[in-house]
Design a binder for this molecule. Structure first.
Ligand code: FMN
Length: 185
């Protein structure tokens, strides 16, 4: 028998590390889990008032890297501390950056995959800013590619468990998409 709840939730969430430049060209990064893909080439991210939110409003360009198991402490740290209070936030957790050649935004050197985004729309709703952005490119370290494609078994992305409030790793493939269901055809 199923128990009935008055509240529901979606879990797990991918963990995005958003990287931006401020008006002086200083890099910042933050952890964002209230996000997802919209259609084939767009993202939606819900942001409260952060330094990153100011930077995105000013610059309209950013990158999103996938948080990894190897960098879990740094990925969590950028979600705890604001660049509004700690100006050397990235240096403190060991993140260095390289400027993207496609967008005016930093790519975090220690995270193997970054997608490059340009803002399409900023929606002010429910006391937050919903960023809708187009994915215009991607940078991926050779070390996480198999046959030229990003391989999650090499990348080790972490997911955010909104119930237990922890990060989880992803397990092995358990069946092919558009394939496992063919059993019932
Ligand atoms: C697991 C986790 C998920 C988070 N997800 C979001 C999010 O989706 N949206 C948001 O506005 N803040 C989110 N935060 C909070 C920001 O990452 C945090 O306030 C950060 O310090 C902002 O940094 P900044 O002011 O330098 O941009 C999250 C934090 C953690 C630890």
């Amino acid at each position: 028998m199923k128990k009935s709840f008055d509240k529901g939730f979606v879990t797990p969430h991918p963990v995005f590390i958003i990287a931006t430049y401020d008006e002086n060209g200083k890099a910042d990064a933050m952890n964002a889990a209230w996000c997802g893909q919209v259609g084939m080439n767009k993202l939606s991210i819900s942001l409260s008032a952060h330094k990153t939110t100011q930077n995105i409003k000013a610059n309209k360009e950013f990158t999103v890297s996938f948080a990894t198991k190897e960098q879990i402490e740094a990925c969590d740290y950028v979600g705890i501390v604001s660049a509004n209070k700690v100006s050397d936030k990235l240096e403190k957790c060991g993140f260095t950056v390289t400027r993207s050649d496609k967008v005016n935004a930093p790519v975090i050197d220690q995270l193997p995959v970054a997608i490059e985004c340009k803002v399409i729309e900023l929606q002010e709703e429910f006391n937050e800013t919903r960023v809708i952005a187009e994915i215009v490119g991607m940078k991926a370290d050779e070390s996480v590619l198999t046959d030229g494609k990003v391989d999650l078994e090499k990348l080790h992305p972490i997911m955010f468990d909104t119930v237990a409030l922890c990060y989880r790793e992803i397990g092995a493939s358990v069946g092919g998409a558009w394939n496992a269901g063919k059993k019932f055809e």
